[in-house]
Write a protein that binds this ligand. Sequence first.
Ligand SMILES: *Cc1c(COP(=O)(O)O)cnc(C)c1O
Length: 455
Amino acid sequence: MGEAPTDPRRRVPRTDVVLADPRLAAATEAEGRAAVKAAVVQALSRVRSGELEPDDVVGAALAALPGGLRPVLNATGVVLHTNLGRAALSPAARDAVVAAAGHTDVELDLVTGRRAKRGRTALAALHRAVPAAGDVHVVNNGAAALVLAATALAAGGEHGSERPNGWERGGEQRLGGREIIVSRGEMVEIGDGFRLPDLLESTGARLREVGTTNRTTVRDYEQAIGPETAFLLKVHPSNFVVRGFTSSASIRDLAALPVPLVADIGSGLLRPDPLLPDEPDADTTLTDGADLVIASGDKLLGGPQAGLLLGSAPLVERLRRHPLARALRVDKLTLAALQATLAGPSTPTWDALRLDPAVLRDRTEHAHKLLAEAGVPADLVESAAVVGGGGAPEVTLPSWSLSLPSAYASPLRAAATPVVGRVERGRLLLDLRCVPPSADATVVDMVLSVAPRVG
Ligand SMILES: *Cc1c(COP(=O)(O)O)cnc(C)c1O
């Protein structure tokens, strides 16, 4: 009995032919030949059962591979894309991570041979970058910094707010309460369902909401202050704006009140930036009188995921000494990347934010020309990029993009080097702003590689 010519089994590619596909080469290098072969064999069995088209074997095998974060090209036009890991590290920071991957002097003084303060060079670099801070500390992320502050200053317990040698301000012993006073307009959700109020209350601290959604005055805070107050918390509404009949109390006004002031500025801007006039920065916030500033390392600072705590020396010391600090401490790789980020040169985040639109236009035009010559139905269009990552929601950056049929989106994500764009009004936009210029050619190659399948 002969097989019918349309029998899918006749079209099952050979394993060694699939394994030779260049799209699997990078995966083989990263994950080993055995893992890739197993994924291919499994995909081929799905072709035999008629479940998968032979053309989709490579894509299915790649998708089924167990692990490893895959590098992608961020053509979304969102500079800090949470799903793509926010900030891309600078070449210097990447080198530092590699160098720190072995044994390092992270907690050893090589001169004396004695134990030294963990991550002292990174902390010193952070301190130099924010002179207004009395001391600095780094934890796992911004959320961890908030949890540490809330636990150590407001949660109570032996190591918490009931410590007798607590915070003194204006001659008055105020700390020892368990309430965090926060404006109703600043009870924010930071993304993926995580809400700051829930995070803070999970520590055992109590939140005392003051004011209204659109307006909160200094007086609202002042009236809420009592023996139970641990600190005032000012949260920067980093991913939304409230417009119209609004008012909020300034850091300066709140700093005049007789309790500690903690400011969660979110984005990790260390100094003022004229490009982002509405983003608070750590140095100004401290100069204006905040006692503690909390920020993320992988937003506008452009460094590794980290939570920065900057503020008065006794307060920071108290956080550092809290038992929870050990559970939130950062890895040597983070410290290495942070130090290198602070030492400069500029980060990919900074470069993407400041990219000259004329330069971007030239790069996009060149890519467009190559695609048009190959018959790909791409247009060159003006577009708008954004900061993303819960920062500067009002700022749009004039940009240029390649516009393709939206059918390109999914195959490009599955390409040998995945290219992630954004779909807007039925078109896939590829914005090269956050693509390293050296990878422009890869974007073109990937589009060309999927074009025959998109048609
Ligand atoms: C991003 C953000 C956080 C959380 O920081 P992570 O580093 O993501 O944990 C907290 N507060 C504000 C205001 C933020 O913008």
